[in-house]
Design a binder for this molecule. Sequence first.
Ligand code: PBG
Length: 307
Amino acid sequence: MFGCPQPGIEKFVWPVFVISGHGVDEPLSAMPGQSRMSADILIKKLDPLVTDGLGGVLLFGVPDRSSKDAQGSGAFHPEEVIPRTVTALKRAFPELIVFTDVCLCAYTDHGHCGLLAADGQVDNDATLALLQKTAVTHAHAGADVVAPSAMMDGQVQAVRAALDAAGRQQTLLMSYSTKFASCFYDPFREAEQSAPSHGDRHGYQASYHDLRSALRESLLDEAEGADILMVKPALFYLDIIQRLRQKTDLPLAAYNVSGEYAMLIAAAERGSGDLGRMVRESITAIQRAGADMIISYWANQYREIIG
Ligand code: PBG
């Protein structure tokens, strides 16, 4: 009766990797229990989760390698895997909340999240226009929430303005408002085939040494018009979640990232602890810190592991 309950499945958003084709289901060795899926397989797997009340699904596209280019133009092509999957999902499950990742890194041949200038650095302002096109493409396909993750300065304002101009005032914007330059994203990069071919992302992701600047970044995104804020990763950043919870009335998401997921599986495999108990303790901690929704790979195993 007292205290923080364990979060129900309705608090969970399942991040998934979508690939073109039919009947494709490629298990990911770095993330047991997850796979790259074509839309038809995703729909099959979602069916029981939607019945159980899953909060939402967050789509990441895995385009064919041959389609990648310097601009990441696949990101905003209306016939690419994400817009097509959004439309198929909304047809199959009209009530399911569909989130889309808005970034270029899976679509660029260099693997960075934005356009590169002649000096090899990411060109912030030129990238904004491409993120706008990507978000509008997703919104037109039926996405309920677009989530820009490229971490360009001004991306929230730019994407919000583009959605409004396109008549998509109802589409919500979830900002990766505090996304740390973290080493816990490595399994994800294997899944998305999106590791940068040179350099790293420290120029555009937050430093984990600096609490105040992390909070400032998030509040700036609120001022720019974000509808949902996010802290990522989650488990090592519970202090940030808690502090941000006290500073905003917006819904707050926590992204329990790929490395946090893989870590518990590895610990359980070594006999260091019981997987279910570790998962339940960690997701309850995320909720207790103040997250309203948990973006987590445990979502598709809710019944087996958590529920
Ligand atoms: C980048 C993006 C990343 C993740 C989500 N969006 C990787 C990165 O920033 O390198 C990581 C998510 C995870 O590790 O589960 N578009």
